[in-house]
Design a binder for this molecule. Structure first.
Ligand SMILES: *Cc1c(COP(=O)(O)O)cnc(C)c1O
Length: 436
């Protein structure tokens, strides 16, 4: 022990190792020094030899300067809130990389003068929703609704159905958001039913707009009725539709999910939506609708506080103009194809772990298409693998049901199947070792 301590190398000698120098150029001195300190500690404790210090330190250096790690989403939940919602398309990722440096987000290279910020992303959005007279983008769906409320309804009334007083998640409640920016809520109807006459009675000269909120994470069934955007548009005040998921046009697999185009055609004056749900893009809030209203929102002082950054604009444009993003692609994968992948994986894994290919049911998740079950296929494994898989590299997140861990393939890109099989084999190996 004393010998080991005496022979522990000096920090600056270890840091001079060329591989560690190279790592420092990649992730910075601070993280490399931390790894070296940890390795030296192990050396002093006698766990590793002085000759091993540099190699161990190198292993301890994180892969990137951000501690956020790529995760294999095998939950079968396409838009998983805890896994960062929509995974970006390769084209969007590339657009982000390009925009990360100095970029012409606000400069017209032709004239050398200031250009309208994010004009190409706005043009792509306008082209994707021809029914919108004007378009604007803010930080997220909540910001879009906050801006509309702040600009149109401060000190005035917003009429909303009681059955649409929605809590989205993590305690975020839409009615509280509306009130927090200075509007008064006027609730109409009951939990399960509301009629046009209820709205007609509530609308008066203090009414700024009628808000139609999509109940995006629950379904009410039984003795229910609600009032459509088309009916609401007969009222003498603007109709704002918070559709939630960001579906721009109707999707055949999600017949009950509202879309921006359908809401606008039905007579909505403004539509608000999220960019990182079913649109499959970066986190942002879309504002679509009447040109005069959108322009007044864009020019409102509060808009600046909700402004999106250049990375978002780049990813949004690439999502709109580029190849189908993963979220949208996942909606049209066939369950038969997924079963073929599951069987292939099971065949590859059979020697290392008890595995079987089973039919499963995937979901949109993240505030979209509640109640819709998407036929899928999964690899079923012993539930004891859930933790080692989550802690593996890359981490794999599935779900446990009836004492089995299911890895749903709908949300795993096919190109990652090899990685998935390796991760399962490693996790199975690690539990075997512990049990032995
Ligand atoms: C998700 C959602 C929001 C909030 O959007 P964020 O992008 O999460 O801020 C608002 N309204 C509805 C109906 C939603 O589904």
């Amino acid at each position: 022990m004393t010998d080991q301590r005496r022979s522990t190398p000096r920090t600056d000698h270890v840091l001079a190792d060329p591989h560690l120098q190279e790592a420092a150029r990649r992730v910075g001195d601070r993280l490399v020094k931390g790894a070296v300190r940890e390795a030296l500690q192990r050396c002093r404790a006698g766990d590793i030899s002085p000759a091993e210090v540099a190699d161990v330190a190198l292993e301890l250096v994180p892969v990137s300067a951000s501690s956020m790690r790529p995760v294999l989403n095998a939950t079968g939940v396409i838009v998983h809130t805890n896994l960062g919602r929509a995974p970006l398309s390769d084209a969007a990722v590339e657009a982000v990389r390009v925009a990360a440096g100095a970029t012409d987000v606000e400069l017209d290279l032709e004239t050398g003068r200031r250009g309208r910020r994010g004009r190409s992303a706005m043009a792509a959005l306008a082209a994707a929703v021809p029914d919108a007279g004007g378009v604007h983008v803010v930080n997220n769906g909540a910001a879009a609704l906050a801006l509309v409320t702040c600009a149109l309804a401060m000190g005035r009334n917003v009429v909303v159905a009681r059955g649409e007083m929605v809590e989205i998640g993590d305690g975020f409640r839409i009615p509280e958001l509306v009130e927090s920016v200075g509007a008064r809520l006027r609730e109409v109807g009951t939990t399960n039913r509301v009629r046009l006459a209820d709205y007609e009675r509530a609308v008066d000269e203090d009414t700024a707009f009628v808000l139609k909120v999509h109940p995006s994470n629950f379904v009410v069934s039984g003795f229910t009725s609600s009032v459509s955007v088309a009916e609401l548009s007969t009222l003498p005040v603007p109709v704002v539709a918070d559709i939630g998921s960001g579906l721009l046009a109707p999707h055949p697999r999600l017949p009950d999910e509202p879309s921006a185009s359908a809401a606008l055609r039905a007579g909505a004056d403004l539509v608000t939506a999220s960019g990182d749900k079913l649109l499959g893009g970066p986190q942002c809030g879309l504002l679509l609708g009447r040109a005069d209203l959108v322009e007044s929102l864009r020019r409102h002082p509060f808009a600046r506080a909700l402004r999106v950054d250049k990375l978002t604009l780049a990813a949004l444009e690439a999502t709109l103009t580029g190849p189908t993003p993963p979220v949208v692609a996942a909606l049209s994968v066939s369950a038969d194809d997924l079963m073929v992948r599951a069987e292939k994986l099971v065949a590859e894994l059979s020697e290392s772990v008890p595995a079987s290919a089973v039919p499963s049911s995937a979901a949109v998740g993240g505030g979209g298409a509640p109640g819709v079950e998407i036929p899928s296929a999964a690899v079923a494994l012993p539930a004891s693998l859930a933790r080692p898989l989550r802690l593996g590299e890359p981490p794999v997140v599935g779900y446990v049901t009836r004492d089995r861990l299911l890895l749903d393939l709908l949300t795993v890109p096919e190109s990652q199947d090899v990685l998935l099989a390796e991760a399962v084999r490693r996790a199975a190996g690690s539990t075997e070792q512990r049990e032995a």
